[in-house]
Design a protein around this ligand. Structure first.
Ligand code: CAA
Length: 282
């Protein structure tokens, strides 16, 4: 019986996962590298739930109950007694592995660990834990409270029981799951990121302006956001790391990250979270 959920990382994915888990009735602990960041994640959850109350998606009582089920902090000791811990730290393999190594001694033998990685192989991350059979990929989409999908990715050693528990948890969150094999980018990012990368090439080669490219895809292909706006929303640093994983993992030049994407990341213009990407949000 899964009741206590841990979430590592209070950024846009972590706080979204904590948000939906608390609303679904789970006890949730969310951590980040320091208390200030963890508290900032909690503030984001409060603001997003408040918006849901105003739009009458949830009741005021559900909001208050969910906030009462959430705790935040900066130490792994908070995960004591957790049934499922979801790692949602930055998309850097060495960082995720270090976190997983630090996490394991704090967990009971039955606890399951999931990673929200958007592209790093599950089998490789599992090898940094003491429980590869109880390790699985649960890839949430951004913004988590709105998007219906969770990709479930089994590593080579993931047990059927672990998969069933992750699936039942996804169901209780009110989300649908799609099962993907452990190949670079899984399903969503294998398809979505080359589209975004191609949009950046389209800009780089002067085929269209930022506005023209986004308008073309919004109105011409019925996408809710244009690809460059979506890249800013995901984070250009995350887009670049996913393209690098596809490029290296599939060894095909068609996945070469656009030099303009690399340049923006080098400039620190990584999108909405810093106020500047293909658009200026300041
Ligand atoms: N929390 C709670 N509710 C939120 C929210 C959040 N963080 N963000 C948006 N919403 C709600 C709004 O309140 C609004 O609710 P109603 O429909 O009840 O009015 C609804 O979502 C739509 O929001 P807005 O009206 O503010 O704006 P919008 O209509 O432009 O929609 C969007 C925003 C849902 C983000 C939409 O533009 C969209 O679907 N964009 C594409 C998102 C996408 O493709 N995500 C996947 C990215 S890929 C990924 O995540 C994987 C990866 O590894 C990179």
């Amino acid at each position: 019986m899964v009741q206590k959920i841990g979430v590592i990382g209070a950024g846009q994915m972590g706080n979204g996962i904590a948000h939906v888990a608390a609303l679904a009735g789970y006890d949730v602990v969310m951590t980040d590298v320091d208390d200030a960041r963890a508290e900032a994640g909690l503030d984001t959850i409060r603001a997003n739930m408040d918006r849901q109350v105003r739009k009458e998606k949830i009741t005021d009582q559900a909001f208050r109950d969910a906030m009462g089920r959430l705790r935040v902090g900066s130490t792994m000791a908070l995960f004591d007694g957790a049934d499922l811990v979801i790692e949602a730290a930055s998309e850097k393999e060495e960082l995720k592995k270090a976190i997983l190594r630090e996490l394991c001694p704090h967990l009971g033998a039955e606890a399951i660990i999931a990673t929200n990685t958007s592209s790093i192989p599950i089998t490789r991350l599992a090898s940094s834990t003491d429980r590869p059979e109880k390790f699985i990929g649960m890839h949430f989409m951004n913004p988590v409270p709105v998007m219906k999908l969770v990709e479930l990715i089994r590593g080579i050693a993931t047990s059927e029981e672990t998969y069933k528990i992750a699936r039942a948890f996804t169901d209780r969150l009110g989300k649908d799951s799609a099962s993907a094999e452990d190949f670079p980018g899984f399903i969503v990012n294998r398809i979505l990121l080359p589209m975004i990368n191609e949009a950046i090439y389209t800009l780089y080669e002067g085929v269209g302006s930022v506005e023209a490219i986004d308008t073309a895809m919004k109105l011409g292909a019925n996408h809710p956001m244009g690809p460059l706006q979506l890249a800013d929303f995901i984070g250009l640093d995350t887009c670049l790391s996913i393209m690098q994983v596809l490029h290296e993992g599939l060894a095909d030049s068609k996945y070469r990250p656009c030099p303009l994407l690399v340049k923006y990341v080098e400039a620190g213009w990584v999108g909405r979270k810093v106020g500047r990407g293909f658009y200026d949000y300041r």
